[in-house]
Each structure stands twice: as structure tokens, then as C-alpha cells.
Write a new protein. Structure first.
Length: 159
């Protein structure tokens, strides 16, 4: 459940709180600076913070280490941008219903992502839903940008 969104200093902070009656209350905190550097961390109810500062690109590369084509998709679709400088979720230029680093289309995927408990407007939810899409549909949801990411893959494979 999203409990707060606020502009904090020069960056944008979102906090997502997950309440499960069988577990301690946990929060995921993501702070994105104007240069698109993200600080992602988890905090327990006691507010101990285990966060590290990484760029969105680094987070995507780690998340999809076993699925490098999705790293290429993120590069082509959003240039590794989850949030714009004003703190709003990054939206597609051609289609503003495409959101976040993986440019997940709200018209086709918002309802399903919510059913899965994923918020595609957060970095974590956007990546997790992209992984779900890849497992169920392959790269088909990103076929319109395939000229870019297929080219990237061919160059990388030929080096």
C-alpha cells in the first residue's frame, strides 16, 4: 500500500509500506535525485535503514543480470529513467500511458499489475512487472522498440 509521496530536498522520495499481519511492518524507500541517481533501501518498523546509493541503470543491470535483453529494453525505452526531474513517474513521449524505466503501458497492464500486488509507478514494481511480462510473453510487449534493443544485442554479441 502506498503511504506517502513527497518531494524531499532536491530529490523525490516515495515510500511504499507493506503490511502483512504475519510479518513485521516493512517499507521500501526510494529517493531519486535530479540526476536520476536512486537510493533504494528497506527499513524495519524500528527504522533501521539498509540503503545504498545506485543509479537507476545500476539497479536495472543488477535486477536483470540473468535477463540482459531487458537491460537493453530499459536502455532503449527510457534511457534508464524511472522518474523525471520533477519527481513524477517518467512517461513515454509517443504514448504517455507508457510508464517508468520499462515503459509499462497502463492501458494494457495497470489492472493486471495491481492484481499481482505490483505498483508499476515505483521502480521495484516496474521492474517486477516487466519480469512477469517477460516470463509470460517474452519480448513481445516491447516489440515497437526492438529495432533499438535488437541492434544493441547484435553489437554486444559481435564484440
Amino acid at each position: 500500500m502506498l503511504v506517502s509521496s513527497a518531494v524531499a530536498g532536491n530529490g523525490f522520495m516515495t515510500e511504499t509500506q507493506i503490511n502483512n499481519p504475519n510479518e513485521n511492518s516493512k517499507s521500501e524507500i526510494t529517493t531519486v535525485q535530479p540526476d536520476n541517481t536512486a537510493t533504494v533501501g528497506n527499513s524495519e518498523k524500528t527504522h533501521t535503514n539498509n540503503s545504498s546509493s545506485k543509479t537507476t541503470k545500476q539497479i536495472v543491470q543488477e535486477y536483470f543480470a540473468d535477463t540482459p535483453v531487458l537491460i537493453d529494453v530499459a536502455s532503449c525505452e527510457s534511457h534508464f529513467t524511472q522518474f523525471d526531474a520533477d519527481g513524477t513517474v517518467h512517461r513515454g513521449v509517443v504514448n504517455p500511458q507508457d510508464v517508468g524505466v520499462m515503459q509499462i503501458n497502463e492501458k494494457y497492464h495497470l489492472s493486471e499489475s495491481e492484481k499481482l500486488g505490483l505498483d508499476i509507478h515505483t521502480l521495484k514494481g516496474n521492474l517486477a512487472y516487466a519480469q512477469h511480462l517477460y516470463k509470460t510473453e517474452g519480448t513481445r510487449p516491447w516489440e515497437y522498440s526492438s529495432k533499438c534493443w535488437n541492434k544493441t544485442r547484435e553489437v554486444a554479441l559481435n564484440d
